[in-house]
Design a binder for this molecule. Structure first.
Ligand SMILES: [Zn+2]
Length: 663
């Protein structure tokens, strides 16, 4: 007789082993943290002496589910911002809120909330990527779950590090601290090719190899990411990463939505695992990962929920079902990803994909006792057919719900018994989570009230207030004005030629001013575009004043290079309307009477409104403005344009009036 602490009997045991053995009625013998035997109930009971036998009442007993990619603390950001494009969602909402709120306390609470939800969903192992990962690890271990915890490294500053060197240092200490823990596998997570530098990728790879830990990274999640890498480096993401040697490490590659067959082969040869995230890819419209082809080529593909703010839950049963159904719909082949194979992706194959199949993923003697019980005796799952051995797998993935999971064990320890969580108090966690949600709501409400604070929230932004005195006159012959710029009393310091595309955003609340997105094309002497630059300017709507001879004083409140696309700003700021203006600009910096001025000779192309002379100068006081306004009027006269029609409107106003007249 062998000794076991516990025997689970009277179950339909899905072992998910190589031969997909099913035992019904079957039993599993457990000693301490490990499975010691599995088989027919009568055999197991006959072979083992035990302290305790639990009757599973005909439920399904199977390996716990593996969530191959997630960001667990983001439970606290669930539902914060939805129905947005990935960049607006990430750069406009997630990252600014994370910079403000993510702390060790935030991460612990979010992790505990995620652990409660994960246990209820039958997850016994998850693969995480976030900040303050040591706190994620601690909260996870306390809840009794198993996890690969990946410390994120990014080229931007993060909630836990100003510079990436700090992230790496944090990561190394974290790895050393958790290396031999029974439940936690520390890991390093360079976020993605487009958010890391060569240096970061190399340092992370080196760390992963030195400590023999998995390297967790997002790969080719969106078509845009692949396009950008291809444009800059002339190759798609997987070869780009291969050149930087990251596949020398044990890689867990999240998403892989836009990879070709060659890239799939590279991943397989490198022994990398893929984490497929169907809900997240659907919700963010990232596309459809070709899992059928990956599996045909022999890649190990696991299934992940991704973070609970792009999903928005940690329901693995739903994820498994979607993985199967999407593969069928996309390939037009209902035999694609059958139930048994898809369930393997969340168990035995998932374990291989995350480099943990020596410990988890199937009910095999010697592996850890990470087990779940599913009650399929409910109305939505009856009756039962047993003619085909595969029908039990269909029941689990097509009919069962995560709410049918009644019991969960990790490392030989019960975390849920008969639907009751044993290591976490959900009521308290939900109350604490609500306190955070209220705080984050208040923060965003305040931010959304002002275009300026929204600008500052997306980073790289400085508020800078400057005043401008300017005058504008319509001219009929620009060449004459240009000629007269080269007279005795004027010194031309430099001149440039641009083609300018301006888009003005208007807001419901007019006091917010107008936000201008400007793309400047630099034109050389041959008339060719040599360079393009984009800038954002927030222009105060109120005219500060005007002086004699129609010289205006205005101010711009904010000025910065535009690092995102026009489309990004449009979706982020949600202007109530827009106005486009295209013009040709010859710009001269001149000194007149000892004072610096800009002289612009503009031709409005779209709409076609003719030529304008604009004279401007920056100023910081009203007194200075007064002095300069007089000089501006003189300069216009000196240039021979004083008899032309003065405009007391800026270009958007001129264009608006024109459009209104022609409507
Ligand atoms: Zn992710």
């Amino acid at each position: 007789m062998n000794k076991a602490n516990l025997i689970l009997k009277n179950a339909t045991v899905l072992t998910m082993d190589k031969q997909f053995h099913i035992f019904s009625p079957g039993a599993v013998a457990i000693n301490n943290d490990s499975i010691v035997d599995v088989g027919k109930e009568t055999d197991i009971i006959a072979k083992h002496e035990t302290d305790q036998i639990i009757d599973c009442e005909g439920k399904i007993l199977m390996p716990g589910l593996i969530n191959a990619h997630t960001h667990v603390p983001m439970t606290l950001l669930r539902g914060l911002a939805d129905d947005l494009r990935l960049d607006v969602w990430l750069m406009g909402y997630m990252m600014p809120v994370e910079r403000e709120f993510v702390s060790p306390e935030f991460v612990r609470l979010g992790t505990r909330l995620a652990c409660a939800e994960s246990i209820r969903s039958g997850i016994t192992t998850f693969v995480d990527m976030y900040y303050f990962e040591s706190d994620v690890a601690e909260a996870t271990a306390e809840a009794g779950l198993r996890a690969i915890c990946g410390q994120t490294v990014l080229k931007f500053s993060t909630p836990d590090a100003t510079y990436y060197e700090e992230s790496l240092e944090y990561a190394e200490n974290f790895i050393k601290k958790w290396k031999d823990h029974p439940l936690i596998v520390p890991s390093i997570a360079p976020h993605a090719a487009y958010t890391c530098t060569d240096e970061i990728l190399q340092a992370c790879t080196e760390l992963a190899i030195r400590y023999d830990i998995p390297l967790h990274i997002h790969i080719s999640e969106t078509a845009g990411e692949v396009e950008d890498i291809r444009k800059e480096f002339g190759m798609p993401v997987v070869p780009y990463l291969k050149k930087r040697d990251i596949f020398d490490a044990k890689v867990i590659a999240a998403h892989c939505v836009h990879i070709d067959e060659g890239e799939m082969r590279t991943l397989r040869r490198a022994g990398a695992g893929v984490a497929h995230n169907p809900s997240s890819n659907l919700k963010l419209a990232s596309g459809f990962a070709n899992t059928t082809r990956m599996l045909d080529l022999g890649l190990n593909v696991g299934i992940g929920t991704d973070g609970p703010s792009s999903n928005n839950d940690l329901d693995m049963i739903e994820e498994i079902r979607l993985a199967s159904m999407i593969a069928k719909a996309v390939s037009g082949d209902p035999t694609a990803l059958p139930a048994r194979q898809t369930l393997a992706m969340a168990t035995s194959m998932g374990a291989k994909a995350i480099h943990m199949d020596h410990l988890v993923g199937s009910i095999v003697p010697g592996k850890r006792a990470d087990l779940i019980l599913i009650d399929i005796g409910k109305v939505h799952n009856s009756p039962n057919f047993r003619r085909s051995p595969d029908s039990i797998y269909s029941q689990v993935i097509y009919a069962a719900k995560s709410t049918d999971i009644s019991d969960v064990m990790v490392n030989g320890k019960w975390l849920m018994r008969n639907y009751t969580l044993l290591t976490l108090n959900e009521k308290v966690l939900m109350e604490e989570a609500q306190v955070y949600a209220d705080k984050i709501d208040a923060f965003l409400i305040e931010r959304e009230q002002s275009v300026i604070s929204k600008l500052i929230a997306i980073g790289g932004a400085m508020e800078e207030e400057s005043f401008e005195v300017q005058a504008k006159v319509r001219i009929s012959n620009p060449d004459l004005i240009i000629e007269s710029l080269y007279q005795d009393k004027i010194e031309v310091i430099y001149n440039r030629h641009y083609h300018e595309y301006d888009t003005y955003f208007y807001f419901e609340d007019e006091n917010q001013g107008r936000l201008r997105y400007r793309e400047d094309e630099f034109i050389d002497a041959k008339g060719e575009v040599t360079n393009v630059r984009s800038r954002l300017t927030l222009i105060g709507v109120t005219r500060e004043g005007s002086f004699d001879r129609d010289v205006m004083l205005s101010r711009s409140r904010y000025y910065a290079p535009a690092t995102h696309s026009l489309r990004f700003y449009r979706e982020y700021f949600e202007p109530s309307r827009e106005l486009d203006i295209e013009k040709d600009r010859k710009r001269y910096q001149v000194i007149y009477q000892g004072v610096d001025f800009y002289v612009n000779i503009d031709t409005l192309i779209e709409p076609n409104l003719g030529h304008f002379l604009e004279v401007k100068s920056r100023t910081w006081s009203r007194e200075d403005a007064m002095k300069k306004s007089k000089l501006i009027a003189d300069l216009i006269e000196y240039l021979g344009a004083s008899s032309e029609k003065a405009e007391i409107q800026d270009y958007p106003e001129i264009v608006e009036n024109f459009l209104n007249l022609n409507r």
